[in-house]
Design a protein around this ligand. Structure first.
Ligand SMILES: Cc1cc2nc3c(=O)[nH]c(=O)nc-3n(C[C@H](O)[C@H](O)[C@H](O)COP(=O)(O)OP(=O)(O)OC[C@H]3O[C@@H](n4cnc5c(N)ncnc54)[C@H](O)[C@@H]3O)c2cc1C
Length: 430
């Protein structure tokens, strides 16, 4: 059966699909593939928009490597099987009073897939998922099993390895005591949000905003961390359904369909959307606030820029859309992250701001994304490894100081390129 990613931008017809139930079966699948001259690609939930998870040879489906393998209550660390989905994690951690420190927008991904592409959320003092990882177990191309923790020379490569170094079979995560988030979501003038962006994004725990093109309004989201004992004030079931399911999915899907048939209507629709959504406050357990459900399919490009460049870049994108007279129905999303030391992390060594642009999956995204990418390039932007971009390996040595070290790690662990595919050959070289 043909495999498709969530955004329907990639597909694959692997020679065979193997569903190993243990690290030994992973090693066997790799050995069998080598014998047959096939490449191997583990897949997660298929939520990358790039071809990073495309398997031509053996597709490793890790759905049987799932669940909680161990807990260290003293260190507040948990070991999860690599194929565990993020939406399964809260229930696994709850009995231990633990939570993940920060999350992205959705929880459909697997822990291994998410960390392998540098998945992140927002928060000036918080890094992406890979920064929460304290150790991994990796099965290499020769079937060797490596336990890689902070004392290992490949720690900064293996936590965010693009699936190029081997198959992660388990991941140990540094958790934090369970906590709640108080959320304030409100429309504000875009001009003011951009002017005060550096202070606004640094002050609260988790700040982000959305901007619908053709409007002057930003929808800001400010989340503050509270102890688990704080009183909850969750969104009522009906209010949550109206906002998160009906408006964000059902109505938005109609809107995208109308916008596609009648692009001239998009500015009015966007103005209406920015008035109807995003004015609410609530307090709930962290995972319910961090993540939402996305049912309307889209394609996405996201770049990491030095945080200071964010206001300029958003204004340049606004000017670009106006100059080209494009009609863009999907919002920009703007987030921040702390610097880290992970070799291929988009936040490596700098305070980072992220800008994501989207298009409905039935619309052509290339012209818009290519033009926006030119803006990101001028600001020294680094593309998200799991989201659409047009860069190749010749660009990355200057963007990532440790790119050469990552290539050396790949050469050492996978000299025969058992884990290669076309995307990896493009971004890392043959
Ligand atoms: C609706 C939507 C919302 C999103 N929101 C965010 C967000 O808020 N923040 C953000 O940063 N990103 C976001 N993303 C991007 C997404 O988090 C990443 O693309 C992520 O990698 C997807 O995880 P996955 O489990 O689907 O992995 P896949 O896309 O299936 O695989 C990604 C990579 O991981 C590798 N891999 C998978 N399992 C293993 C393993 N066991 N060992 C080694 N390598 C492995 C694959 O080979 C591949 O290279 C979003 C994507 C979508 C579609």
């Amino acid at each position: 059966m043909t495999w498709h990613n969530w955004g329907r931008s990639e597909s694959a017809n692997p020679v065979r699909v193997v569903t190993p139930a243990s690290p030994d079966e992973v090693a066997t699948a790799i050995a069998d593939a080598r014998r047959d001259g096939l490449t191997v690609k583990p897949i997660g939930a298929g939520h990358s928009f790039t071809g990073i998870a495309v398997a031509d040879g053996v597709q490793l489906n890790l759905s049987r490597l799932s669940g909680l393998l161990g807990v260290d209550p003293e260190l507040q660390q948990v070991t999860l099987a690599a194929g565990t989905h993020l939406h399964e994690v809260p229930a696994l951690l709850a009995p231990h009073g633990l939570a993940m420190q920060n999350l992205g927008d959705i929880d459909a991904q697997t822990i291994a897939g998410a960390t392998s592409t540098g998945t992140h959320g927002t928060g000036a003092a918080f890094g992406g998922l890979a920064t929460q990882i304290v150790a991994v177990t990796l099965v290499t191309a020769t079937g060797e099993t490596l336990r890689i923790d902070s004392s290992h020379e490949l720690f900064s490569a293996a936590r965010l390895g693009l699936g190029a170094l081997g198959v992660l079979v388990d991941i140990t995560v540094q958790c934090v005591p369970a906590f709640k988030l108080s959320a304030v979501e409100q429309p504000e003038p875009l001009a003011g949000v951009l002017e005060s962006f550096l202070e606004r994004s640094a002050a609260p725990d988790h700040f982000e905003f959305y901007w619908f093109p053709h409007t002057t309004t930003a929808l800001t989201k400010t989340n503050t961390r509270l102890p688990a004992s704080s009183e909850s004030a969750p969104l009522g079931g009906f209010k949550r359904w109206v906002d998160d399911e009906f408006m964000s999915n059902t109505v938005f899907s109609w809107v995208c369909g109308v916008g596609r048939a009648l692009p001239a209507a998009i500015p009015s629709i966007n103005r209406l959307a920015s008035h109807l959504t995003g004015d609410r406050t609530f307090t709930d357990v962290s995972t319910s606030v961090f993540t939402t459900v996305r049912r309307v399919r889209f394609r996405e490009m996201e770049y990491a820029l030095p945080v200071e460049a964010i206001p300029h870049a958003v204004r340049e994108i606004e000017e670009l859309i106006a100059r080209k007279n494009w009609r863009i129905s999907f919002p920009l999303e703007v987030r921040v992250a702390a610097p880290d030391d992970i070799w291929l992390s988009t936040a490596y060594g700098r305070r980072t701001g992220y800008i994501a642009v989207h298009r409905y999956y039935k619309e052509d995204h290339h012209e818009y994304f290519r033009a926006v990418e030119q803006i990101f390039r001028t600001h020294g932007g680094r593309p998200h490894w799991g989201k659409i971009h047009y860069r190749d390996s010749s660009d990355f040595a200057s963007l990532y100081p440790r790119f050469g070290d990552f290539l050396a790690a790949r050469e050492k662990l996978d000299p025969d390129r058992v884990f290669a595919n076309a995307y990896l050959s493009r971004v890392l070289g043959p």
